[in-house]
Design a binder for this molecule. Sequence first.
Ligand SMILES: [Zn+2]
Length: 175
Amino acid sequence: MQKIKVKNNRLINFSRKKDIEKAERVRKLIVEVINDEHFRTEILKADFKDRRYIDENRNTTEIKNNEIILQKIISGKEQYTGENEDFEWDLRITLYRSLTSEIGHRSRETIFTKKKKFRSMSERYIASHWIHEYMHVIGFTHDYKKTNIRPYSVPYLIGTIASNTLETKEYDFIT
Ligand SMILES: [Zn+2]
């Protein structure tokens, strides 16, 4: 099994030391999940109902084969960075303030997370949010209003599988 690395490549507005420490714990959770055999098996079995993938030239295709979806996920090839497949997820996170109810979103290679949510929500919650947004960073998309298929798009379903994987495991970083 190809081992994947995760790097907090760029953290913006992590103004307290505690924020950076929390980002590091979230990063470790993500490493655990994406290198979990069960997680990868679930991806191969997953019933995606929206397989849309948008490349850097904004061409949309559908990826019919789950093996290829998994390959893209583990390749670590972020869009708009000129990077090749390096089997390393580079997370570029910006914290921001907003009064809207969203947790965050993504723009090009950057994941935006509301500072208040980042500080109040659990590490597992933030980990699945970053995993969801990272699916956008590598090109997967979903409906932007609520539809029946949205929960079965790659970003949503991978986020769910990751969150379930984290729930069934007790990761211990106390040492
Ligand atoms: Zn999304």
